[in-house]
Design a protein around this ligand. Structure first.
Ligand code: AMP
Length: 281
């Protein structure tokens, strides 16, 4: 695996890479890699001639500076894992490289409801930061396909919207959420949970399953309330939201009818660790 740290070096390398623009899969990450990230790498490699990944903890998407400071960094492990999973090129830029003119006064994107609802409401400016970095990464990497995890459902919707807004020619593929044996969605933030907390945190998955099982017969608002209460009972310290929404604009589903597109999303705190998950209903 080749490791490159500057856009210039990356562009020079990719220009010389035979067939790159036709068949290259890109997996952007913030590192602290787990099986969820690696499933994207493996799929990207299986479907393309070249697999490129990036590890960059993007400061502009952290609305809470202490969350940024506490974000786990395990770069030498990450490099080993990427190599084993078949990644060809790792882009490992510095903050200065990604934001040469600094991180204030950056471009903004007209994301509409996608940035005011759910994660957008609880994390102001988070999705602007996500778009700022993903746009820069896509311009630098110029892959034919971008691989994203369904784990960050709203992020997928936002990135698709940004790609449409700026008119980038890249296909987007969304892969399923990888989970621990107890159902807990794999996340870099799980590294900050104790053994007991990891066990308790599986309640998110159980509540999503409960919603999926009962959505035919119980109203969405009642299910959201029930799930919220059961998360608190299971040991979550607070719940930002449990929401049953339409996938395209994240507006609440008022009356669920079988077969209609709907997704349930959760964000909740286990101690001071904020976890998110979702399930298509
Ligand atoms: P992150 O490092 O958290 O920015 O995630 C990088 C990519 O990995 C994003 O597209 C995530 O949606 C995806 N991802 C994170 N966790 C999982 C998971 N448990 N299963 C599948 N994909 C995931």
């Amino acid at each position: 695996m080749i490791i490159l740290r500057t856009v210039e070096a990356l562009r020079a390398c990719l220009k010389e890479t035979e067939g790159y623009s036709r068949s290259s899969g890109f997996v952007p990450t913030m590192g602290a890699l787990h099986e969820g990230h690696l499933s994207l790498i493996v799929q990207s490699k299986a479907e393309n001639r070249y697999c490129i990944s990036s590890v960059f903890v993007n400061p502009t998407q952290f609305n809470d500076p202490s969350d940024f400071d506490k974000y786990p960094v395990t770069i030498s492990d990450d490099i080993k894992k990427l190599e084993e999973a078949g990644c060809d090129i790792l882009f490992l830029p510095s903050v200065k490289e990604m934001y040469p003119a600094g991180t204030s006064g950056l471009e903004t994107y007209a994301l509409g409801n996608l940035e005011t609802r759910l994660e957008g409401f609880y994390r102001p400016n988070h999705f602007q930061g996500v778009c700022q970095v993903v746009y820069r990464l896509l311009k630098a990497v110029q892959p034919s396909t971008l691989y994203l995890g369904q784990k960050d459902f709203q992020q997928v919707m936002v990135i698709r919207k940004m790609i449409e807004l700026v008119g980038l020619a890249v296909e987007v593929k969304i892969l399923p959420t990888m989970r621990e044996a107890n159902g807990l969605a794999m996340s870099s933030r799980n590294l900050r949970l104790s053994v007991l907390e990891r066990r308790q945190a599986s309640a998110i998955y159980q509540e999503l399953q409960m919603i999926k099982d009962q959505v035919d017969s119980v109203s969405p608002r009642k299910l959201e309330e029930l799930a919220r209460q059961q998360l608190l009972d299971a040991g979550f310290s607070s719940v930002d939201y449990v929401a049953i929404v339409q996938p395209h604009d994240l507006a609440p589903v008022e009356n669920y009818t079988p077969g209609m597109p709907a997704v349930a999303l959760v964000a909740a705190y286990m101690g001071d660790v904020r976890l998110i998950d979702n399930m298509i209903l």
